[in-house]
Design a protein around this ligand. Structure first.
Ligand code: UD1
Ligand code: CA
Length: 446
């Protein structure tokens, strides 16, 4: 049976106490609503429809073309929200899966089971339920004497007897669309002035149908985020879930509680992650690396057998066998070839260091092309910026840059050339010559 999906994301989330729409608060570097999109991704090729309202533009901008959007101008409740999607999805599919965007732990696997169940039943409504003592303000599932679902009552409207019920409504439903669209119009305004989607269950029972339900195995999957407290709890669970997957895939974590790996990152086998490691964005780390403690890597490709200690890397590429730290900073466009060694307090930006090149202490390479097997002495600086413009530096194979050399760009150091300690290089130095002084002059050729 054909399936469309609708994700409700129009609410402000007042309990977040935030200027940011609730569904844009991040977990592991991704907005909450991104997780809802991930969860439905495998179920159907139909693009999910997201109902947006509060901060609609921001939400749309953050999630881009992963969804189609429909605006709920007035936030008149979850039933009203689904109605807004009718013009977009109305006749498209026989089944409609509806989820809320504030449940980032929900898995595609569970949704798949629910859809499977819905397809095997004649019921116009199939819903997920959860049984737990942590009621978190969820609606209560009502069942009749024979155990059939007879309705859902919102916590605010529940009687003291109903409040004791521990089977709850996480807010995940699969509907038959031929029944759904007309039924939505029959929902009455609630005492709170909203059209509750949950009233559909009672309506289907009135129509003489049996409601199908599926109980979720792991209650933590349906933790809904209403406050920042919930947000931190959900983030911790997501992190734990991701870290467990990586450990089972062959990655060692000395302390998973202090290791942070965002979705989209990959890590190779036998890599060891020390505490305080953050792997973010589009980052890949190869096999047999030792990362951390205290290392932050963002949008960077790290090869195999690299050792990175207490460093910060952004938008960089490291080939195999690179050794770095402590306290190095790689910025956008840093490319470290195989076997590069960077000791403490090095910074590299928009520069390539050739294979086997060493930069041991307190140096800055910006806009530089450095050849293989170069030795960059302590405190060497590329003076790449004259206050208005940036200029390039080139250093040839096997050059030896003396300690505290200032390379005033644009400038070229030939292969095998040497500079004396404290040299201020303002003009190109030919290959295999030694330049010293301020400004540097060639005093020897070899
Ligand atoms: C809802 C359910 C409740 C369930 C709980 C699970 C209803 C009436 N109640 O209550 O039974 O236990 O979720 O988390 O559905 N939204 C809109 N437009 C609106 C209102 C809400 O798009 O006009 C969206 C919100 O952005 C949110 C979702 O729907 O993503 C749920 O809304 P929320 O206000 O959090 O509903 P709950 O009171 O938690
Ligand atoms: Ca909620």
């Amino acid at each position: 049976m054909t399936l469309s999906t609708v994700i409700l994301a129009a609410g402000q989330g007042t309990r977040m106490k935030s200027g940011l729409p609730k569904v844009l608060h991040q977990l592991l570097g991704k907005p909450m609503a991104w997780y809802a999109l991930q969860a439905v991704r495998e179920l159907t090729t139909e693009k999910p429809v997201m109902v947006v309202g509060f901060g609609a533009d921001e939400v749309q901008k953050a999630l881009g073309d992963q969804a189609e959007y429909v605006l709920q101008e007035q936030l008149l409740g979850t039933g009203h929200a689904v109605m807004q999607a009718e013009p977009l999805v109305g006749g498209k599919s026989e089944m409609l899966l509806v989820i809320y965007a504030d449940m980032p732990l929900l898995t595609g696997e569970t949704l798949g089971k629910l859809v499977g169940k819905a397809q095997s039943q004649v019921a116009p409504v199939t819903l997920l339920t959860v049984t737990t003592d942590e009621t978190r303000g969820f609606g209560r599932i009502l069942r009749d004497a024979s155990g059939q679902v007879s309705g859902i009552v919102e916590e605010a409207q529940a009687t003291p007897e109903q409040l004791k019920i521990r089977e709850l409504n996480p807010g995940v439903y699969c509907f038959r669309t031929n029944w759904l669209w007309p039924a939505l119009r029959r929902i009455q305004l609630s005492p709170k002035g909203e059209y509750y989607l949950t009233d559909l269950v009672g309506l289907a029972v009135e129509d003489g149908y049996k409601i199908a339900s599926l109980s979720v195995d792991d209650p933590s999957e349906v933790i809904g985020i209403n406050t920042r407290l919930h947000l931190s709890q959900a983030e911790a669970l997501l992190r734990k879930r991701a870290n467990e997957q990586w450990m089972l895939a062959g990655v060692t974590m000395i302390d998973p509680n202090s290791t942070y790996i965002e979705p989209g990152v990959t890590v190779g086998q036998d890599t060891i992650l020390w505490p305080g490691t953050y792997l973010r964005g589009q980052t890949s780390v190869g096999a047999n690396c030792i990362i951390g403690p205290n290392t932050i890597i963002t949008d960077t490709r790290v090869g195999d057998h690299c050792t990175l200690l207490a460093s910060v890397l952004e938008c960089a590429v490291l080939e195999d066998h690179v050794e770095m730290g402590p306290y190095c900073h790689l910025r956008k466009g840093a490319y470290l070839s195989r076997g590069v060694h960077m000791g403490n307090f090095g910074e590299v930006k928009n520069s390539t260091l050739g294979p086997g090149t060493k930069m041991g202490h307190f140096s800055y390479m910006g806009d530089a092309q450095v050849g293989p097997d170069v030795n960059i002495g302590a405190g060497t600086i590329t003076c790449n910026f004259d206050g208005t413009q940036k200029f390039p530096t080139e250093i040839g194979e096997g050059a030896f840059i003396g300690s505290d050399t200032m390379l005033v760009a644009p400038v070229k150091i030939g292969a095998g050339a040497k500079t004396g300690a404290g040299a201020v290089v303002t003009k190109d130095i030919p290959a295999h010559s030694l330049a010293v002084g301020v400004p540097a002059r060639v005093i020897k050729e070899f």
